[in-house]
Design a protein around this ligand. Structure first.
Ligand code: ADP
Length: 168
């Protein structure tokens, strides 16, 4: 690494965080001086966990990673990056399908804010993991122990049993 301090943000929904996201975080630790996992508070997406719950789950997992922190943010990612004086947006890639969407997002963010996006490819074993699928499998009571951390699995079970109680 050069002599310039590099702070990166890793923005996403993380609803919930998966081993795929964590794999990207662990790889990124070696590249950046500081990494902020930024939980987006998107009003559009259907959310299972509140931003505060997502932050809490992530905080438990990064305990012991001194250069990594987590917080939530609202609004545009590029404006949040500027506020936090981050020069890099980190995104994970699973497949060529991701590339198409991420390419467009990265080009737009660079055009509007001059910020660079750095991509890290996840380990093959997590290439098919998505938070959406995790939520679906968990709602049907499936075993996800290979794809998500144990604490996340417990919270998913708790949330779905709560929803079943409410008849949802
Ligand atoms: P968003 O709603 O912004 O796509 P996600 O939480 O779904 O938020 O994803 C955040 C980032 O992590 C994105 O760059 C996404 O491509 C990446 N990502 C999601 N799942 C995985 C995975 N299994 N392996 C690697 N990267 C992933």
């Amino acid at each position: 690494m050069g002599d310039k301090y590099v702070r990166a943000i890793f923005p996403g929904s993380f609803d919930p965080i998966t081993n795929g996201h964590l794999d990207v975080v662990k790889r990124a630790v070696r590249l950046f001086d500081e990494l902020i996992i930024a939980v987006g508070r998107s009003p559009i997406k259907n959310q299972l966990f509140t931003p505060a719950e997502r932050v809490e789950m992530i905080a438990e997992l990064i305990d012991g990673m001194p250069t990594v922190s987590v917080e939530s943010f609202e609004g545009l990612t590029v404006e949040y990056a500027a506020r936090r004086k981050a020069t890099v947006i980190l995104r994970g890639l699973r497949s060529l399908t991701d590339v198409q969407y991420e390419f467009q997002l990265a080009m737009t963010n660079r055009a509007v804010a001059g910020i660079e996006t750095v991509f890290i490819m996840t380990s093959e074993q997590y290439g098919f993991t998505s938070s959406t699928l995790i939520r679906e499998i968990a709602s049907l009571g499936g075993d996800l122990s290979n794809l998500i951390p144990a604490g996340v699995q417990r919270r998913l079970e708790g949330r779905f049993s709560q929803l079943r109680h409410q008849g949802k």
